[in-house]
Design a protein around this ligand. Structure first.
Ligand code: ZN
Length: 217
């Protein structure tokens, strides 16, 4: 079985196809009978390569979505910096002790690196300048962007924000179901304002939101 090295555009040389950080490894995606593309050799950084190996799934595009999900989980704390601070706030904050001084200097950079890796798009796969059809790349159908971060799905976004904001993912899921994903920010705000309330109170809030929506429609 031949493994085809994918073409690498000039401006993407030495970059990981998954996260666009410097790469010095090759990830080999070996095709199975149901795989909708040939076996591929893909430039990858060591971290993405390990994540990809554990998440081959049904195509290289599914595999990429899973790598991104794993990066979001792994760098949850770094990404949360951007949810809790703006760059300006961080600069102007009056942290005085050494610990916070260090945080201030590196925090925004860590946030940006994590965010850029998650959002990196790589490039279209081609072999000997023949593009591989992306008709089996379903990732865009499910993708959900919020606050400058691209998630593979709304479920992933809910899971991420529930953990970083310390709110109940069931409650956020219910709120998003009622409000729709266009109002994801409102769902998070409501969940944050009602942190730690009882299940009964959560049900009441859902009811109120539903009535409010009915009244508006
Ligand atoms: Zn990578």
């Amino acid at each position: 079985m031949s493994i085809h090295p994918i073409d690498v555009p000039f401006n993407k040389r030495h970059l990981c196809w998954f996260c666009e950080e410097p790469s010095n490894q090759t990830f080999e995606y070996l095709r199975l009978p149901h795989t909708p593309h040939p076996s591929l050799a893909i430039p990858a950084c060591n971290e993405c390569k390990q994540l990809a190996k554990a998440n081959m799934l049904t195509s290289i595009w599914d595999c990429r979505a899973a790598v991104k999900d794993q990066l979001i989980i792994k760098y949850q704390k770094h990404l949360a910096i951007g949810h809790n601070w703006t760059e300006q706030e961080l600069k102007e904050s009056e942290f005085s002790c050494k610990v916070f001084e260090g945080f201030k200097n590196s925090a925004w950079m860590m946030y940006n690196i994590a965010k850029d890796r998650v959002n990196a798009k790589g490039w279209q796969i081609s072999i000997d300048e023949q593009p591989i059809s992306e008709e089996h790349d379903y990732s865009a159908l499910q993708a959900f962007s919020f606050d400058d971060i691209e998630f593979s799905s709304i479920t992933q976004a809910i899971s991420h924000y529930s953990k970083t904001l310390g709110v109940s993912s069931e409650f956020v899921t219910q709120l998003v179901s009622v409000l729709g994903k266009q109002q994801f920010a409102k769902a998070l705000t409501l969940a944050r304002l009602n942190i730690g309330v009882t299940k009964g109170r959560q049900r009441q809030i859902i009811q109120d939101v539903m009535h409010e929506k009915d009244a508006l429609s």
